[in-house]
Design a protein around this ligand. Sequence first.
Ligand SMILES: Cc1ncc(COP(=O)(O)O)c(C=O)c1O
Length: 396
Amino acid sequence: MLTPICAPNTRHIAPDDTSYWSQVRAHFMLEPGQVYLNNAALGLPPKPVTEAVGRGFARLAENPTGAKRAFYRYIEESVRPGLAAFLGVQPEEIALTRNATESLYDVVNGLRLASGDRVLTTTQEHPSAVRPWTVRAARTGIRVEPVFIPSPVVSETDIETRIRGAIDDRTRVLFFCHITRGGYLYPVANLSALGREYGLVTAVDGAQAVGAMSVNLADLGCDLYANSLHKWFLGPSGTGFLYVRKNVRAAFSSLFYEEDEGEPGAARYETLGTYDLPVRAALGTALDFLNRIGIANIEMRLRMLSGYLRERLRGISRVRLLSPISHTLSSPGATLFEIDGIPGSSLVGPFFDAGLHVDDHTRDGHDGMRISTHYYNTLEEIDRCVDMLETLIRSR
Ligand SMILES: Cc1ncc(COP(=O)(O)O)c(C=O)c1O
């Protein structure tokens, strides 16, 4: 019932190997006729994952005590260590949560800060991070100050210079995205090194990165990392994690335990209470599915598909691509653009009516669109989407 997690595949798979990728696609349940290009919002879990969830709830009804024991054991012996290995860290550093937002609330409220302490964020943060910071600032008198980052982003150095220039002697925390909602890839390793240089805690919103590219948290060097596993990782809805580097514990409290009591590992950052065990356990199946393909192959496939999409968009005269071509600055799978004279938000409805799932992008000063492609998408689906865009642009 509970999937053993296989070792990661290290064999190269060509990103344009149609035969391989169409076999992979056969494991997804999307209704025929629908084209799903909104993976940055919510990924499609493959069939083995949805089956694991369904079977899991059935087991809970058939033999609650036995199933609960089996789930708890599997989560501790397979899911947590498997995820930790995938992320290059220790199992005691991974707390399992429901989503990035829950992890972000833990981050914001767990940091030990005094009134007047400064937290530097950026102008490109997601509301799931802005909201908890705003509440904490209002209640405790900490100062949360966003550093302006232009969109499109200029360069890694520009991001680093702007953040470095805003640090002063009251600054305690650097908080920023690994990949922003608008698809910009930030230089996390360099910003974490900058944090260390000034003795700051570095906390990262990684909701858009894990599952789309290789993420080794030990190498990145950040202290805290919040994530959702139902986006690019293709776990079931309602899954995420919080990474708490061991040596940041002195600056970071659990909301659920006193400093000297309770769980010694990162489970001390998890809420108590009954939760959806089959959903969390199905992360093992999702990780197994991912490992069989291999994260390096997934990233290459994403880059190939979004590269094709960006090339096609560049051929449309009224479209202005916001996503940088450089891989070091751009999400592997999310592509952002504006259309001259047409609000992107007005096109999402007509796209959906035609069976095309895309998203708007009404942040960073834009009213554009976001098309996010995962490895199960095809060049034909991208063509259908871009053809639709051309038709809509011609009609306005
Ligand atoms: C950058 C970023 N952070 C946080 C979130 C929140 O993720 P969730 O709704 O899964 O908690 C999102 C969701 O799109 C996001 O893009």
